[in-house]
Design a protein around this ligand. Structure first.
Ligand SMILES: [Zn+2]
Length: 222
């Protein structure tokens, strides 16, 4: 999977090879997530970072069916202020600010957000809890840099909100402080997961790992 952590100074427009490849790969991820019921209806959103300077992200346009994303029509390029750069007048998802904040991390090439059942159920059941702790599972080794099942993964839980820009500022501050509960991803209560990776492949693997682990905890009864 290429085209993720671009650093070039040229503007990568929607017609560029990098953007077209990213759109095709995100559409493929959407089909998988839809089939697994992690992105039902038009919920959730995905992005790939096209460039760092200036920051440009290819992100799913608002309200698109994630099981049938059209690489030619259903993506928007946004800037560091979460504004649409191309196509002009396009409407990025309301949650684009979170993608921007995560893409500011030097190592981020892609950000994926899903609305899975088990993350929704767990955070509903854990009313008031600020994080979910997962430990002892072999599948933890699918998270970037984790080499043993004895790892203790802390996953921050944020309260769900319509004030995404405010939430994004809080996420940015906690990332800057090196908060260990935001190492690989975070949850929004009764809403879903955000995770990110160096490449889209890495981010997609982490969606699969997290959704698997959430289901394990949920089926076990926590
Ligand atoms: Zn969402």
């Amino acid at each position: 999977m290429g085209g993720a952590a671009g650093s070039g100074s040229e503007e990568a427009g929607l017609g560029s090879a990098a953007a077209r490849q990213a759109a095709r790969e995100l559409a493929a991820a959407g089909r998988l997530f839809y089939d697994r019921a992690w992105s039902m209806g038009t919920s959730s959103n995905y992005s790939v970072r096209l460039s760092r300077e200036p920051l440009r992200l290819l992100v799913t346009a608002s309200g698109k069916d994630k099981g049938a994303l059209d690489p030619e029509r259903d993506f928007v390029i946004v800037d560091a202020e979460a504004r649409a750069v191309e196509p002009a007048g396009a409407r990025p998802s309301a949650e684009t600010w979170l993608h921007v904040v995560l893409a500011e991390l030097p190592e981020t090439g892609a950000v994926l957000h899903t609305h899975g059942v088990w993350g929704t159920v767990l955070t509903d059941r854990m009313e008031g809890a600020k994080e979910l702790v997962i430990e002892g599972f072999e599948m933890l080794k699918g998270l970037d840099g984790v080499t043993t099942h004895e790892h203790r993964e802390r996953v921050a839980i944020f309260e769900n909100t319509q004030e995404i820009a405010t939430l994004a500022k809080e996420v940015r501050a906690r990332l800057a402080a090196g908060d260990p509960a935001l190492r690989h991803g975070f949850l929004m209560r009764r809403h879903g997961l955000y995770t990110w990776g160096r490449t889209l492949f890495d981010a997609r693997r982490q969606v699969e790992i997290f959704e698997f682990l959430f289901e394990c905890l949920g089926r076990r009864g926590m």
